[in-house]
Design a protein around this ligand. Structure first.
Ligand SMILES: Nc1ncnc2c1ncn2[C@@H]1O[C@H](COP(=O)(O)OP(=O)(O)OP(=O)(O)O)[C@@H](O)[C@H]1O
Ligand SMILES: [Mg+2]
Length: 288
């Protein structure tokens, strides 16, 4: 058996989330989001081991990632959260082969990225990784449809018509596919960017604050699109967010602080995520 994505199913597939719990809903109150610490995990679509990345030297030296080991499971929607400067974007960029770490390994599936030459990295990034940026990053001279199919055009690949149509129809922009990005709203542009990230059927899609520039309604549409790509097509999504409501769309939240993984919540609710965020930012008591 394969999923609609053509990938083998990777148990356990998490239960479908319709969306985040309503504001004010107590943890688990909607019956969909009880944290289950220690829940069994599936096969990693990507993983990092001992990943360390520093910027600058001397007094200006910043340890952006400090010996991070983490598995990102196939068929799951994972959120990465943490204070500003905690290393979330650096982690996404190293995982997505947009940047290289100083030490440690990054695996996409079984492939160790640290062993690849630049040319092979470029190909892997094109064929096996999707990336969604906060600022959409569409090509302004291309139409929405041309932007979506750009990765296939660059790869010189003949599109699988059925998958291409599936991805395009999921964007729900049938009457605006001929429009250029500046003729689309922010939410519409980001849905196009999500489709572009999915069209090559990547092993994993990374999204760095994909709703950061959107109002809550447009953000919800993007989050639903990402959620459905996991539930309906078995894709794997990893999303950086600062928003506990966005995190409640996911199956698992990993918390970073000072370049290290410090906590994790499965089947998150907004309230549980807020609670962890509050604890992370609480002042540490000092004995004097
Ligand atoms: N190109 C760079 N040169 C120097 N320092 C950098 C560079 N990129 C990131 N840093 C530093 O590395 C640390 C981690 O940055 P990163 O962008 O990964 O944080 P983040 O968790 O994504 O933050 P935010 O929530 O604000 O986006 C920060 O201290 C940042 O200032
Ligand atoms: Mg960032």
């Amino acid at each position: 058996m394969t999923t609609a994505d053509g990938m083998p199913p990777t148990p356990p597939v998490p239960p479908a989330h319709a969306g985040p719990p309503a504001h004010g809903t107590p943890p688990g109150g909607d019956g969909t989001a009880t944290p289950t610490p220690g829940a069994p995990a599936g096969t990693p679509a990507a993983r990092v081991a001992g990943l360390t990345k520093t910027y600058g030297t001397g007094d200006a030296r910043v340890v952006a990632l400090d010996d991070v080991t983490l598995e990102l499971y196939a068929g799951e929607f994972t959120a990465v959260m943490g204070p500003s400067g905690s290393g979330k974007s650096t982690l996404m960029h190293c995982c997505a082969a947009l940047d290289r770490a100083d030490q440690g390994q990054v695996f996409i599936g079984e492939q160790d990225l640290t062993r690849l030459k630049d040319k092979d990295l470029t190909q892997l990034r094109r064929d096996r990784i999707g990336f969604v940026f906060q600022a959409f990053n569409l090509v302004p001279t291309l139409t929405a449809e041309e932007n979506i199919t750009l990765p296939l055009a660059l790869a010189g690949r003949k599109p699988d018509q059925e998958w291409r149509d599936t991805v395009i129809s999921a964007v729900a922009l049938a009457d605006r596919l001929d429009h250029k990005p500046n003729e689309l709203s922010g939410g519409q542009q980001q849905r196009v960017a999500v489709a572009r990230a999915r069209v090559s059927r990547p092993q994993i899609v990374f999204a760095d604050e994909p709703t950061g520039n959107l109002d809550s309604h447009s953000g919800a549409e993007v989050l639903q699109l990402l959620r459905r790509s996991v539930d309906d097509f078995g894709q794997t999504v990893v999303m950086v967010t600062h928003d506990p409501v966005a995190a409640a769309y996911t199956d698992r939240v990993v918390f970073l602080a000072d370049g290290q993984v410090v906590d994790e919540v499965r089947r998150p609710t907004r309230e549980v995520v807020l609670d962890v965020m509050t604890r992370m930012t609480a002042p540490v008591a000092v004995n004097d």
